[in-house]
Write a protein that binds this ligand. Structure first.
Ligand code: HEC
Length: 165
């Protein structure tokens, strides 16, 4: 390849790269914004997601116990909401938002120092809620209890280790 050809090829490559950069711009902007999140907003966000999980889980538990009528359509909606919220939860635990770093949180510093284990506990929740979401459309009331136990167990396992009393 001649020097002129090489320059041309290189210029083309740079142009193509920049064009791709423009297209991917929104992704980069998103990442930059994520890095700038305010700690207090992250706390509000994760408490919101957790409150949402509890909001949907309560009526599902009641159905499992027979304290509320079994309603398949409602179960399906709540299970889908919980599966979605479970996937949204991790994002709320940004650096610098542990107890001792900000006010109003019960999140132990171990969430960040034992992050691989925290991630495992988060994935246990995601697996359990996804399993209920996929089964919910045709699930019998009698089979709801074991899903509720699996989900509730994943909440408890994480709280026991990573949430202060
Ligand atoms: C992977 C870990 C993890 C899992 C799984 C988990 N939680 Fe939590 N939860 C936490 C932590 C940590 C806190 C403390 C949050 C804080 O104060 O920063 C918390 C706090 C909460 C709160 C209090 C929110 C507030 O406004 O103070 C509720 C309600 C809650 N969790 C419900 C649930 C339910 C219901 C489930 C299961 C369906 C669940 N959590 C699963 C880690 C988890």
């Amino acid at each position: 390849m001649s020097k002129a050809q090489m320059t041309k090829t290189l210029r083309f490559a740079i142009t193509a790269f920049c064009a791709a950069g423009v297209l991917a711009g929104s992704v980069f902007v998103g990442a930059a914004v994520a890095a700038d999140r305010k700690p207090e907003d992250a706390l509000k966000y994760r408490k919101g997601v957790l409150t949402g999980l509890a909001w949907h889980f309560g009526p599902v538990v009641a159905m499992a116990k027979g304290e509320a009528p079994f309603d398949q359509a409602q179960l399906t909606e709540r299970a889908a909401a919980m599966a979605a919220l479970s996937k949204m939860l991790g994002e709320g635990f940004i650096q610098g938002t542990a107890m001792g770093q900000i006010e109003g949180t019960k999140s132990k510093p171990e969430i960040w120092s034992d992050s691989a284990d925290f991630q495992k506990k988060l994935e246990a929740l995601q697996t359990a809620t996804a399993a209920l979401a996929s089964a919910s459309g045709s699930l019998a009331q009698g089979d709801l209890g074991k899903h509720v136990a699996a989900i509730g167990g994943s909440c408890k396992a994480c709280h026991d280790t990573y949430r202060a009393k």
